[in-house]
Structure formats: structure tokens, C-alpha cells
Design a protein around this ligand. Structure first.
Ligand code: UDP
Length: 432
């Protein structure tokens, strides 16, 4: 029975997802833990305590504990400000493991700051670690420039982690290429494992999805769903809706799901305020509905109710939402960046478009509106693809293989090291 420590400093599996700093990583850690526990592993998830009311240890599900690590103040801190608390975080994890008398077989660190904790544990206890970066600092800096508030030291930390981790998980071929080209990472130590969806959460709701959401059957519905941050390019989708109206005479209905609260409150989610302003200035406020954050059990209704799911980020380490939409049988139009390039098959499960180009996006949307049968065919093809390649069960099985490879490589290194030590010892020299 393997004992696994998942470290996810800013992204708790218990958090509400869809806000500024809670999204794909939270979902990844939660589903990976569930699948590993199903396979009989014991999983401890370490995440930073960000509310006074949180218990130190939460027995979440059979075989899974969530440890709310006291490191820094017990309130929300933007992830860009979290670095100074990571040493305290690491010390706590070490103390916890000793006091609980638990020896983990493997540490899986998520995001670069968790990698620092894994490094600390490896140095002290010799436990191997696997790294999923979820996002790379250099890619972010290239795309976001001045708006990237992470300190520059992030680049050197990531570079070192790429050398020290026993295995690295890239989420798509582009992620791997970025590590090689921007950090000089050794390709032979990187495995590509995608993200997934859970068939118990997502399936096509063929009857009643629109009724559930109060949407008319005749409307052409476009869905945008995800965290509300500028790099997700939600403004681009709003511009495309305006172009549909002006140039294609098509009155689409755009649903925008996500935010820090269940109401689309600009005070709680400033980005929603900016986007609302944009809808007004483009004269499409009646075409666009902001819903605020939605719980996971409701998402299949949104995906199923939509004629098309749209996601047009500037860059995307993986992008779980296209997979979720595909699992619900909905065609996807996404930007040809990062993981989306690998999940959406252009002209088969949807379309790939350039980022920041609302005219091209509007053309694809208008085409799908004019060809509903083709759109439906794309949706079915997407669903088949999601089930074939992207369930969390198959993703977790691939990640478990990466863990075994990491443990194996440490054992081999230990054997080589002790053999070298023996041959270098004075006794063996006398004997030799
Ligand atoms: N999400 C959610 N509720 C919302 C908005 C988003 O549960 O209101 C989830 C969404 O279903 C997906 C995740 O947040 O599972 C976003 O992951 P993705 O990889 O697309 O983007 P990231 O957050 O990693 O940038």
C-alpha cells in the first residue's frame, strides 16, 4: 500500500473552484487523490490553511486526509505573495510526518512553491519527488509582461526543480517543449500525462438542461466557463459576440460562468466588473449573462445546454474545461495554444483559432450556427475522444506509473552510490 503526499500550497481540493486562484490545480489534486485512494493508496494532501475555521486535519474521504498547513496568516493570500511562507510550510510537513510516524513513498508537488517543500523533504528524509508545475513562470512572463506579479526568483527555483525532481509531469507536448526550450530541462526525465474529467460528474444531459437553467430551446447558446482572469481572454469572446451581432446578424446568448462568488459581483470579482463594462460599450449587454461561480454538480447542465463551448486564453498549460465540455457532447472552439492544441481536434471535435482574434472566432461560431448537424457530430466525436483518452481514472493510472519510475530511479541511484562508496572505502582498497 503506497503512502503518497500531495503538496498543493495554494490550491486545496476542498476550496470552491472558479475564482481567481482556484481552478484546474484544485480539481487535479482532488481527482488524482480520489483515484489513487481507489487503487488502495493512502493519500495526505498538504495545502496552506487560509481560514481560521479550518481544522488542521480533515478526514476527507476513505484513505484521504487534507492537512491545512499553518504557514503565514490564516486568511486568503494571493499566490504571488506566498513565497515567504514556504519554508515554514516545509518545516511543518517534516514535523507532521515525524510526529505521525508516516514515511511517504513518494511526494508529488504541484506548482513551483510546493516543489520547494518537496525538495526540503527529499534533502531531510530522502523521499523521491515528482513535479507537476501546472504553469511555468517564464511562459507567464512572456505572455503577461508587467502584469505578472511573481518575483523573478521563480525562474531560478523552477530551473533547479527541473534538475532535482526525480520525474517531471508535463501536461501536454507544449508544456514539455516549454520546459526544454525555456529552462533547458532534460527531456528524458519528463513524462507527458494530461488532465481529465470524471464520468460521474460530466455526461450529456440530453433532456432538460436548458429548462434547468431557464434558457429557451431556440437560442444559440455560447458557453464560457473558467477562472475570471484577463489571460483567459473572456473579453475576446465578448468581442466575438458583438461581431456576430453586427456582421453576421446573429443574436447569440453568451453565458459566462466563474468568479469568486456565486453572484456576479464586481466587488468580489473585479474582472467581472471590467467585462460588464465591455459588454455595455459594445452594446451586447443583453446578449451576455454573467452567472458567477457555479458548483461542480451544476456544470454538466451548462455544458449540455450550450451549442458551443468557447475558451480563448492567451496561453494554457492544459485547460480542463474543453475536456469537460467534450464529455458532455458539446463542440469546442478554443485557441491553438498549450494543451488545447492537443485536446481539440481542429475540424473534428471543434475548431482551433488564434488568440485575441474575435473576427475569426465569430466566423467559426457563425459556421457552427449554420451547420447544426455538423456541430452535433463534432460534439459526439469530442465525447468519444474524452472517454477514450481523458478520464481521471486513466490519468491517475499513468501518474501512478510515473511514481513507480521515480521510486525506481532513486533505488538505482542508491545502489550505484553505495557500490561507489564501498569501492572507495579503505577496506575495499586494501582488499583490492
Ligand atoms: N470551474 C468550476 N466552477 C466554476 C468555474 C470553473 O468548477 O464556476 C472549474 C472548471 O470546471 C475546471 C476548472 O475550474 O475544472 C478550471 O480548470 P482549467 O484547467 O480549465 O483552468 P485553470 O484554472 O487551470 O486555469
Amino acid at each position: 500500500m503506497r503512502k503518497i503526499a500531495l503538496i498543493s500550497e495554494h490550491a486545496s481540493p476542498l476550496a470552491l473552484v472558479g475564482g481567481t486562484d482556484s481552478g484546474g490545480q484544485n480539481v487535479y489534486v482532488a481527482h488524482l487523490a480520489k483515484q489513487l485512494a481507489r487503487k488502495g493508496c493512502l493519500v495526505d494532501i498538504f495545502t496552506r490553511r487560509d481560514a481560521e475555521a479550518q481544522q488542521l486535519i480533515v478526514n476527507w474521504l476513505p484513505g484521504i486526509r487534507v492537512i491545512n498547513v499553518p504557514a503565514g496568516p490564516a486568511r486568503f493570500i494571493a499566490k504571488e505573495m506566498m513565497l515567504p511562507f514556504m519554508e515554514e510550510f516545509g518545516r511543518f510537513v517534516l514535523r507532521f510526518a515525524r510526529r505521525q510516524r508516516v514515511r511517504y513513498d513518494i511526494i508529488h508537488a504541484n506548482f513551483f512553491m510546493s516543489g520547494m517543500v518537496a525538495q526540503q523533504i527529499k534533502q531531510t528524509m530522502g523521499i523521491p519527488f515528482v513535479m507537476t508545475f501546472h504553469a511555468l513562470g517564464r511562459v507567464r512572463r512572456l505572455c503577461q509582461g508587467q502584469a505578472d506579479a511573481f518575483p523573478d526568483i521563480r525562474f531560478a527555483i523552477e530551473e533547479r526543480l527541473m534538475r532535482d525532481a526525480d520525474r517531471i509531469i508535463a501536461e501536454c507536448p507544449q508544456d514539455k517543449a516549454d520546459m526544454q526550450q525555456l529552462y533547458g530541462a532534460d527531456a528524458s526525465r519528463i513524462d507527458i500525462v494530461p488532465c481529465g474529467f470524471d464520468p460521474e460528474e460530466f455526461w450529456p444531459v440530453t433532456i432538460g438542461a436548458r429548462q434547468e437553467l431557464g434558457i429557451g430551446e431556440e437560442e444559440f447558446v455560447i458557453l464560457q466557463l473558467g477562472r475570471m482572469v484577463p489571460r483567459k481572454g473572456v473579453d475576446n469572446v465578448i468581442h466575438a459576440v458583438a461581431a456576430l451581432k453586427k456582421r453576421h446578424r446573429l443574436h447569440a446568448r453568451l453565458l459566462i460562468v466563474g468568479g469568486n462568488a456565486s453572484e456576479p459581483d464586481p466587488c468580489r470579482t473585479p474582472e467581472i466588473g471590467h467585462l460588464m463594462e465591455l459588454t455595455k460599450s459594445l452594446g451586447v449587454e443583453r446578449n451576455v449573462t454573467f452567472t458567477g461561480q457555479r458548483p461542480r454538480a451544476q456544470l454538466r447542465y451548462y455544458y449540455s445546454a450550450a451549442n458551443v463551448f468557447v475558451t480563448t486564453p492567451w496561453y494554457e498549460p492544459f485547460g480542463i474545461t474543453p475536456i469537460e465540455a467534450m464529455a458532455c457532447g458539446t463542440p469546442v472552439v478554443g485557441t491553438a495554444v498549450g494543451g488545447i492544441k492537443s485536446t481539440v481536434l481542429d475540424g473534428q471535435t471543434g475548431y482551433l483559432v488564434p488568440p485575441k482574434d474575435p473576427e475569426v472566432l465569430a466566423q467559426k461560431l457563425a459556421w457552427l450556427h449554420r451547420h447544426p448537424q455538423m456541430a452535433q457530430r463534432f460534439g459526439w466525436a469530442g465525447m468519444r475522444r474524452a472517454y477514450q483518452s481523458f478520464t481521471w481514472r486513466s490519468v491517475a493510472a499513468q501518474i501512478a506509473d510515473v511514481y513507480e519510475a521515480a521510486m525506481q530511479s532513486v533505488q538505482e541511484t542508491d545502489v550505484i552510490y553505495s557500490a561507489a562508496m564501498q569501492s572507495a572505502s579503505p577496506q575495499s582498497q586494501v582488499a583490492g
